[in-house]
Design a binder for this molecule. Structure first.
Ligand SMILES: [Zn+2]
Length: 168
């Protein structure tokens, strides 16, 4: 459970071997390098795009060789993927978020915003019961395509009265 993000993961995890080149999903300006207040260590990167969105790349292998204020092009290599545990053997993946720019206080489900075959590349696929279920509304937020936008610091969205799996 991700308390800061109203109980949700608010991003997408993409399986990738350590050292896989990460490219900017759109043209923009680097605004933060290794701001660990955003989580997703050991290294991360925030890029603001002119359309009001920001992209955030987490669990990077090393500090990106970019400075705040630098502009990047869509598809430009900006980082190398890593592993949140720093081992490259435990759970190497890229954590990708789409937030609002410039506040970065809201995170949006990346899936409807991007033209990508997420079912093939995301770590969480269509297996049943991947997401906590509200037994009062069992179809809600059960797929990658149906995940709520979150505001950091907002109240929990999934404090369900009757949840599956049950809390212990
Ligand atoms: Zn993640």
């Amino acid at each position: 459970m991700y308390v800061s993000g109203q109980g949700f993961h608010f991003g997408i995890d993409l399986a990738a071997r350590c050292g896989t080149p990460v490219v900017a999903i759109g043209a923009g300006t680097v605004v933060e390098v290794d701001n660990l207040a955003h989580g997703a260590g050991p290294h991360n990167l925030m890029i603001d795009h002119p359309n009001g969105y920001a992209s955030f790349y987490g669990h990077l292998l090393e500090r990106p060789g970019l400075q705040p204020g630098q502009t990047v092009q869509a598809g430009q290599e900006v980082a190398l993927s890593g592993d949140p545990d720093g081992t490259c053997t435990s759970r190497p993946h890229l954590h990708l978020e789409i937030r609002d720019a410039p506040s970065h206080r809201h995170a949006f489900n990346p899936i409807p915003l991007t033209d990508v075959d997420w079912n093939r590349i995301a770590l969480a696929r269509g297996a049943p019961l991947q997401f906590e279920q509200d037994l009062a509304a069992p179809q809600t937020w059960q797929t990658l395509y149906d995940q709520p936008d979150v505001t950091f610091g907002g109240e929990l969205l999934n404090a369900y009265k009757s949840a599956w799996p049950p809390e212990n």
